[in-house]
Design a protein around this ligand. Structure first.
Ligand SMILES: Nc1ncnc2c1ncn2[C@@H]1O[C@H](COP(=O)(O)OP(=O)(O)O)[C@@H](O)[C@H]1O
Ligand SMILES: [Mg+2]
Length: 273
């Protein structure tokens, strides 16, 4: 069953001004970038200062998910020591700040040696720095995990995604990095064809922080260059992401009242428009 996990997610005590949270996965396409952007905006809407960092150097699409926003100074330039991080940070109209990554196939895989410094500088005066990571395991991913303070593992209710999530979880344990838990995304509430929450928790040996339903509106919102939490704040996936944001910032989440009626009204309005 798609459920809402109402646990306070405790801040792990670190000296940084912001919590530096890496959004990781064992498998690609599970929804890391989608979650990074939507969670960032939901945290911003709760009054937090948020910076998003694209650390997926080969499939860099944070800027696309931010609604085709980009900036001439990319993270690769900062990692090479050719620009300062403040030159790469730009402010999105929502107030969320971001650093994007180059899409050029000619850019060699950058060294992550400088990443910790970059994240620490970006965290000054912020509440949250969310790092959109590449999938899988390897030296680059290891370097990125090392640079973050805490990790959230994103997975889907399939065997392959969960096996890969378990591997990345093991990697984090080896690197002695705290994992806040797992976000189970694209849940279709079909226990005969997909793993249920408990099975994913057992396979990954971790707590579920949130279950996010498969939401048709996700694709639509991408097409409209607007994050789902803004495009359709009452959609089931938006509600789950907003609840996760509230838990992360230590607030009680209040589910909107008359949700079904409001969704129905919105559907009628969109038909009439
Ligand atoms: N909850 C969801 N419901 C439906 N589609 C989703 C959901 N989350 C992500 N997607 C879609 O899945 C695809 C992959 O998402 P993306 O965030 O790019 O994954 P990753 O960054 O892990 O590779 C995108 O087309 C995105 O719109
Ligand atoms: Mg991605």
């Amino acid at each position: 069953m798609i459920g809402f996990i109402n646990k306070k997610i405790q801040k792990i005590d670190v000296m940084n001004e912001a919590r530096i949270i890496g959004i990781i996965s064992g498998k690609g396409g599970v929804g890391k970038t989608t979650l990074t952007v939507n969670l960032g905006m939901a945290l911003k809407n709760l009054g937090n200062d948020v910076t998003l960092i694209d650390a997926d150097f080969s499939a860099s699409n944070l800027g696309v998910y931010l609604g085709q926003y980009d900036h001439p100074v990319k993270i690769q330039k900062v990692l090479r020591g050719e620009a300062r991080v403040d030159q790469a940070i730009f402010r999105h109209p929502t107030g969320v700040k971001a650093v994007t990554s180059s899409k050029s196939i000619n850019q060699a895989e950058p060294s992550t040696a400088m990443l910790r410094d970059i994240l620490e500088t970006a965290s000054k005066g912020e509440d949250f720095v969310l790092v959109d990571c590449p999938p899988g395991i390897g030296t680059t991913v290891e370097g990125i995990i090392e640079a973050c303070d805490e990790l959230i593992v994103v997975t889907m209710p399939t065997q392959t995604a969960s096996v890969n999530a378990a591997q990345i979880m093991q990697e984090c344990r080896m690197l002695e990095k705290p994992v806040l838990g797992t976000v189970l995304n694209k849940v279709e509430d079909n226990p005969e064809k997909e793993l249920v929450n408990r099975e994913v928790e057992m396979m990954t040996d971790s707590n579920l922080l949130a279950t996010i339903p498969y939401d048709q509106k996700m694709k639509e919102s991408l097409f409209e260059n607007t994050a789902l939490v803004t495009y359709d704040p009452l959609s089931p996936a938006s509600i789950a992401i907003k609840q996760l944001a509230a838990n992360l910032s230590g607030e009680e989440y209040e589910r909107p009242k008359l949700l079904k009626a409001k969704r129905k009204m919105n559907r009628i309005k969109s038909i009439l428009n």
